[in-house]
Design a protein around this ligand. Structure first.
Ligand SMILES: NC(=O)c1ccc[n+]([C@@H]2O[C@H](COP(=O)([O-])OP(=O)(O)OC[C@H]3O[C@@H](n4cnc5c(N)ncnc54)[C@H](OP(=O)(O)O)[C@@H]3O)[C@@H](O)[C@H]2O)c1
Length: 246
């Protein structure tokens, strides 16, 4: 039997990187997925790649009207939801002296505000047995230069996972987080880091000496989305090649 048979899932940021790898793994395990992102071209490519069990919605999840598009479509396609993977995020660096209010507002509005309100808008479609999974980061426990805003948003999400786990347990809804280390996704290209540079950097900073692949995150996400993790809530699984562990 497939591990996510008959499950219906929303994945924000499902058109790229970790979210797309999760969508592939969820579909492989029998789920139907709705993926959300802002880039129509990568959304269309992802839906074509995922096949008949996937739909795409172009939406900005940092905005209330964007989230309405996502969950109205989920209601129309699925009726109810079992899994919501709250993964959309932006990674931008700025030193304390260089950071601006615009940088703060952009990163906080996607990574923190967007994540919280995604959970809020998903809730009416969820019931007992449902699960929310957030993407945090090793940055929520490690001090890294020029990441004061990004890292704080991920620490905020980690805290929110604990709060929502307590709050939603009486409804039978589990809330957990995945905490990746450096993973080889398009996010690095967006800030001008090449694959060679990522490999060079991780060779010396990650105990396993390499970046992770998004598929290595996706396999843990299948466990977290499935009933195999039925006694797990408020938790975070770190998959970081040891970067924040040893
Ligand atoms: N890669 C790493 O090393 C790493 C490490 C730790 C944590 N993470 C976290 O993992 C998550 C996924 O990142 P990734 O590495 O897979 O990067 P990615 O390939 O750049 O994916 C980011 C995804 O988020 C979506 N997104 C961003 N802002 C959005 C918005 N306002 N509305 C809707 N969608 C939005 C993007 O969609 P569009 O392209 O359509 O905008 C894209 O699908 C993020 O939360 C990131 O912080 C990544």
């Amino acid at each position: 039997m497939e591990r996510l048979e008959n499950k219906k899932a929303v994945i924000t940021g499902g058109n790229s990187g970790i979210g797309l790898a999760a969508a592939r793994a969820f579909v492989r395990e029998g789920a139907k997925v709705l993926i959300a992102g802002r880039n129509q071209e990568t959304l269309d490519q992802a839906v074509a790649d995922l096949g008949v069990d996937a739909v795409g919605v172009k939406a900005d999840v940092s905005r209330s009207d964007g989230l309405d598009l996502v969950f109205d479509k989920a209601r129309e396609c699925f009726g109810t939801l079992d899994v919501v993977f709250i993964n959309a995020g932006v990674y931008e660096k700025a030193s304390l002296s260089a950071l601006t209010e615009d940088h703060f507002d952009e990163v906080v509005s996607v990574n923190f505000k967007g994540a919280l309100f995604t959970a809020q808008k998903a809730l009416p479609l969820m019931g007992a047995g449902g699960t929310l999974i957030f993407t945090t980061s090793m940055a929520n426990v490690v001090g890294l230069p020029d990441q004061s805003v990004y890292s704080a948003t991920k620490a905020a999400v980690r805290s929110m996972v604990r709060t929502l786990a307590a709050e939603l347990a009486p409804q039978g809804i589990r809330v957990n987080a995945i905490s990746p280390g450096p993973i080889d996704t398009p996010v690095w290209g967006r800030i001008g880091v090449t694959r060679d540079q990522l490999e060079e950097r991780t060779a010396s900073t990650v105990p396993m000496g390499r970046p992770g692949q998004p598929e290595e995150i996706a396999e843990a996400l299948v466990f977290m989305a499935s009933d195999e993790s039925s006694f797990m809530t408020g938790s975070e699984i770190a998959i970081d090649g040891g970067r924040a562990q040893v």
